[in-house]
Design a protein around this ligand. Structure first.
Ligand code: 5AD
Ligand code: SF4
Length: 456
């Protein structure tokens, strides 16, 4: 209803919008929904914020540097607003934090709309109110948002798409702000997910990434509440998505090691479309630190899980997230993290320096690690990871890899780019009609962040 009204208000005006997304794939997916709604309201997208009539920020608060990014950009945007009267909307995870909204009100009072993670679907209404009433809107609720289906969506890619399967998190890892800003776990109905994947397949999409803060808890709460659903676990969902014709690859992020049950391992093994690269967040390799982090597994349990999967799933590889410098972490404890990295031999490691988050238990811990120490550890880990990746890359040479061709290479128009099952970027020479197809390539050379291939 509001979409239609705003569309009428915008008629013949050639209005433009820019959207700036920070943070994880869930946020990117939310931004695609925002863009979908905004475009239906008559706006066209521009990457140049200077010419935008509407600027939307979709923020992240998982680490401090994500926050700094917003405040830096807001300074720039203030001038644009003064010049053109641009509507400024700020949404996403950061807006669920009271101290941030207070800071905005005090130091950046020129914003028009502030919206949280639970009120995304009300964006057209908020925008309508701003255009008509010019009254600043703060639309943030702190209850766990209902799941709203059927929002328009403007996807960034034509071959790969993300599909959110569950919202929120119940784990409360002691360093993490997510459970406070995204609320409790709730799962989308399988029929809605499968319908979305089917529609994507019909449109020609080839790769689906199933998204959630904790995907292997899919339907856990609904089961506890005795809701009568046909599909009641993540494993069952994988089998169903695997049946959808046209989809060639299925990925998922992120599972939690503590919930990685045998039925999920079996589903990964049996579902031919499920990629054998498993993202398995480690966070720390030390049992004491893991306990303080409230991760609910030990170093040995993590390693056993990896071993079990290596045994069960042919060609399985792993990627992970690691935090260095968690409060109280000693040099010796950090060595355990390096030890696990050596043992698992990850395909990719996303490394983070611990960042204090207001309101989390770890922020209140007294034994914070000095910044300098954190950086030393970070660099040590980075060196080990880069060494391992370089070694791994060498092992790809002369192998045959199935590659999903994603498009033209960004840096070289004559080359195409694609990814292996293990998510390695491969660049190669080929005709444009290969885009969207899975083809066999022979790997001929390796570079730190990509491989070069030849069509077989
Ligand atoms: N500091 C540093 N890294 C963090 N992460 C989550 N919270 C923090 C924090 N406070 C990392 C974790 C998580 C990833 C998405 O971000 O590794 O898996
Ligand atoms: Fe944060 Fe832990 Fe939940 Fe992941 S599982 S979102 S790290 S609280």
């Amino acid at each position: 209803e509001y979409i239609e009204t705003v569309k009428k208000l915008n008629e013949d005006k050639n209005v433009k919008y820019s959207i700036l997304t920070m943070g994880c794939q869930l946020n990117e997916n939310d931004s695609e929904k925002l863009s979908g709604m905004i475009e239906e309201m008559g706006y066209t997208r521009t990457e140049n914020i200077e010419e935008a009539d509407l600027i939307v920020f979709n923020t992240c608060c998982v680490r401090e540097n994500a926050e700094d990014k917003l405040f830096g950009k807001l300074g720039e945007v203030k001038k644009i607003k003064e010049k053109r009267g641009t509507i400024i909307a700020i949404g996403g995870c950061m807006m669920q934090e009271e101290h941030i909204v207070e800071k905005l009100q005090k130091s950046y009072p020129f914003f028009d709309i502030v919206f949280g993670t639970h009120t995304l679907h009300k964006f057209p209404q908020d925008l309508y109110n701003i255009i008509l009433n010019k009254k600043r809107i703060e639309d943030i609720i702190n209850i766990d948002g209902e799941i709203v289906e059927g929002l328009p969506i403007k996807r960034d890619d034509k071959i790969k798409a993300s599909v959110t399967i569950m919202y929120g998190c119940n784990n409360f890892c002691s360093y993490c702000i997510v459970p406070y800003v995204r609320g409790r776990e709730r799962s989308r109905k399988a029929e809605d997910i499968l319908k979305e994947v089917q529609e994507l397949a019909d449109k020609g999409y080839k790769e689906i990434t199933l998204l959630g803060q904790n995907v292997n808890s899919y339907m856990r709460m609904e089961k506890v509440e005795n809701k009568n659903e046909k599909i009641t676990s993540f494993a069952e969902l994988l089998y169903e998505v695997n049946k959808i014709e046209g989809i060639e690859r299925i990925r998922f992020v992120s599972p939690h090691p503590k919930d990685f049950t045998d039925d999920v391992i079996e589903a990964i093994k049996k579902c031919d479309k499920v990629c054998k690269l498993i993202h398995l967040p480690l966070q720390s390799g030390n049992t004491k630190v893991l306990k303080e982090m409230n991760r609910k597994y030990t170093k040995e349990q993590y390693l056993n899980l990896v071993e079990k999967m290596k045994k069960e799933i042919p060609n399985v590889t792993f990627s992970t997230d690691i935090i260095v410098g968690f409060p109280g972490e000693t040099d010796e404890e950090f060595e355990d993290t390096l030890d696990v990295v050596e043992k698992v031999n990850f395909e990719q490691v996303y490394m983070f320096i611990y960042s204090r988050r207001v309101g989390t238990p770890a922020d209140k811990m007294e034994n914070q690690v000095p910044e300098e120490q954190k950086h030393i550890r970070f660099n040590k880990l980075k060196m080990l990871v880069e060494h391992q990746i370089a070694n791994k890359n060498k092992q790809y040479i002369d192998t045959k890899q199935k590659v999903l061709v994603e498009g033209k290479s960004k840096n070289n128009d004559n080359m195409l780019t694609g990814r292996t099952d293990s998510n390695k970027v491969v660049i190669f020479e080929g005709e444009d009609n290969l885009i969207g197809k899975v083809i066999d390539l022979k790997i001929v050379s390796e570079h730190m962040w990509y491989l070069k291939g030849e069509i077989i």
